[in-house]
Design a protein around this ligand. Structure first.
Ligand SMILES: Nc1ncnc2c1ncn2[C@@H]1O[C@H](COP(=O)(O)OP(=O)(O)OP(=O)(O)O)[C@@H](O)[C@H]1O
Length: 616
């Protein structure tokens, strides 16, 4: 025998309260929404079918005993409609014959009224239909029982009153201030008048005449009013405001540019659906890169999730995301053309987001090129300004490399950009995409060393003995000496690892850690590349180098070269191996010892100490 499903209402209410809605507060939203929809339905009637129609009005009336009555002058319900729509879970009057949500209505699922069972055991609905039938009283209980009575005295005018008496423990949800806050939060933009009436207080209007983006004053007045609105929303004054519009989704609103990079206020966007607040923290409305914008928008077409607390992530939402992204990007480009000062202020705060975008987007790349200051060996300037005097855009890949080489590179006629921060190298390497004439090169320190000025041949020949000692000392570190003259004179020696030497060094380090099989393979490779060694470039312009080259080729010179080598490693922020650290310690102590040569204090003869020249 065929049977019909039976629904356990208590189970459904539990399901809604524990798994669908985040808080009982949504009861106020659902009541407000039903009242607004009923007014919308009444407005849609032809004037002759409803000669008594008056402006839509919803009253949240709180009585002295805590009972809440919500009155609307909407379309009302007939007795058969009460049976169909109020008493059937999932039945709604807000879908068309094919089951599609009807555009003008807020509700669509046919479950909203059940949310009242989270705060009350009984829902009473008193309703008089615009069609002229007698008034009806419906009383629904959380356990699934309901009663329908035709009672023409239940309500005198067309419309509906919903009566809720707080369940034990829920009275706070009906407190006058709470009702004010909830209704105002959800419904302040609704285009019906919503008021609160409470004992011993004047009637309070809870809706505003217009949304912030509907202010139609002169553009500057509007901008200031919007910025004030953004200040209230974010807790600090937004940097700017962007008008947003996606007709396909019936979306209008504004985006506030956050005043700090860390973000203030709620992380997501404030979204209204048909002027009713859907979420103060909606995700996925703008592309990820636009994290510097917090939106306040109203949409008539995007779909809510069943809980009405977020947006349903469908194709339309992804098209909206794309369109809003394009509008935010246009705002940025417009700033770059018309308000460079505002662009500079924006970039100071949000450079990271813009750089992240420039890695994928040519327009943003142009913006970075023209507007974002980079650290360069010629001072802080935009890449475009840097290129004016440097045909090749050469960059250091790390901040350490930049710090170590900027001054030397600049003096050698190779100006340098610091590309050591997030996204920098990708951005620089992408620049030829926007202008083919741009040449971008990663600095090869080896190439830089080759550009440093050589000494006259006869002078270099005179220094052969000194260089031989240096070569002999440095062999232990896999490094070779070179003598050049370069600026700044304050740098006595420069440790230079060319790209090839760098790669070879990586192999050597792997070799030290590899097991037998791998070490055979790697060592074969290392032998082929053996000619690329790091160089210690000694600066002939530095007086210390000149003095060292003139001194005797004894132990002091050897320690001096070791110390120069260690100092150059440290100055360039190069990693130190065990052998390097040992050399640094050894040379440092030996040179100190020599500096303080003489009899030790305390009456000793010092005979036990080896003279410094003979130290190992
Ligand atoms: N104030 C009201 N005036 C007239 N009809 C109402 C009123 N409140 C509820 N109804 C009727 O009851 C039906 C069910 O309401 P309910 O709030 O459960 O769902 P809904 O609004 O249709 O959809 P949703 O679950 O998305 O809110 C509505 O479709 C409507 O026909």
């Amino acid at each position: 025998m065929e049977q019909r499903f039976r629904v356990d209402l208590r189970g459904v209410v539990d399901l809604l309260s524990q798994h669908l809605y985040s808080s009982p507060r949504v009861y106020a939203r659902e009541l407000l929404q039903n009242a607004a929809d009923a007014i919308t339905a009444r407005r849609a009637l032809a004037p002759e079918a409803d000669p008594e129609a008056e402006p839509g009005r919803v009253v949240f009336e709180i009585e002295a005993d805590g009972t809440l009555r919500v009155h609307d002058n909407g379309v009302g319900l007939t007795e058969p409609e009460v049976h169909t729509f109020l008493a059937s879970v999932g039945r709604t009057s807000k879908r068309d014959e094919l089951g599609f949500a009807r555009q003008d209505f807020l509700g669509q699922f046919g479950i909203g009224l059940l949310s009242c069972f989270m705060v009350a055991d009984t829902i009473e609905v008193l309703t008089r239909s615009v069609t002229g039938t007698p008034a009806v009283r419906w009383t629904g209980h959380a356990d699934g029982r309901y009663l329908v009575e035709v009672d023409d005295d239940a309500r005198s005018s067309v419309g509906t009153t919903v009566v809720l008496r707080p369940r034990a423990g829920s009275a706070h949800w009906f407190a006058p201030d709470q009702v004010r806050d909830l209704v105002q939060a959800y419904g302040h933009l609704l285009d019906v008048e919503v008021v609160r009436q409470a004992p011993e207080t004047a009637e309070l209007r809870l809706t505003e005449p217009r949304a912030p983006w509907e202010i139609e004053d002169d553009p500057e007045v509007r901008r200031l009013a919007l910025l004030d609105h953004g200040t209230r929303l974010l807790g600090s004054r937004p940097m700017d405001v962007i008008d947003l519009r996606v007709p396909e989704a019936g979306l209008v609103g504004v985006g506030f540019v956050l005043p700090t990079a860390s973000g203030v206020g709620p992380a997501g966007h404030r979204v209204y659906l048909k002027r009713m607040l859907l979420s103060e923290n909606a995700a996925g409305l703008v592309p990820e890169w636009a994290f510097f914008v917090r939106c306040v928008v109203d949409t008539s077409v995007l779909r809510p999730t069943a809980s009405r607390e977020g947006l349903y992530d469908d194709d339309l939402l992804s098209r909206v995301r794309e369109s809003l992204g394009a509008q935010i990007r246009d705002w940025l480009l417009d700033l770059s053309v018309r308000h460079p000062d505002r662009l500079a202020a924006f970039l100071r705060v949000h450079h990271l987001g813009v750089k992240a975008l420039a890695v994928r987007d040519d327009e943003m790349l142009r913006l970075v090129d023209a507007g974002l200051p980079f650290e360069t060996s010629r001072g802080t300037m935009t890449l475009r300004a840097f290129r004016r005097n440097a045909p090749v855009l050469r960059y250091a890949e790390t901040v350490d490399e930049f710090r170590a080489l900027a001054a030397i590179a600049s003096a050698a006629g190779t100006p340098l950009v610091n590309a050591g921060y997030a996204y920098d190298t990708e951005i620089l390497e992408r620049l030829p995409r926007i202008d083919r004439s741009i040449t971008v090169r990663r600095l090869d320190p080896g190439e830089l060393a080759a550009r440093l000025e050589a000494l006259p041949a006869e002078l270099e020949a005179e220094l052969a003995g000194f260089l031989r000692v240096a070569r002999d000392v440095l062999v232990e570190f896999g490094c070779v000496p070179l003598i050049r003259q370069f600026e700044p004179v304050t740098v006595p020696a420069l440790y230079v690892m060319s790209r090839q030497a760098h790669d070879q060094d990586a192999v050597a380090r792997d070799l030290a850690q590899a097991d037998d099989l791998w070490s055979d393979v790697l060592s074969a490779f290392a032998e082929v590349e053996i000619e690329h060694r790091p160089e210690l470039v000694l600066n002939w312009r530095h007086p210390l180098i000149r003095r060292m080259s003139a001194g005797p080729p004894g132990a002091t010179l050897r320690h001096g070269i070791e110390a120069l080598y260690g100092q150059a490693l440290l100055a360039g922020h190069h990693p130190l191996r065990a052998v390097d650290t040992a050399a640094l310690n050894r040379s440092f102590l030996a040179l100190l010892d020599r500096a303080f040569a003489g009899p030790p204090a305390g009456g000793g003869t010092g005979a036990a100490d080896p003279p410094p020249e003979e130290m190992p």
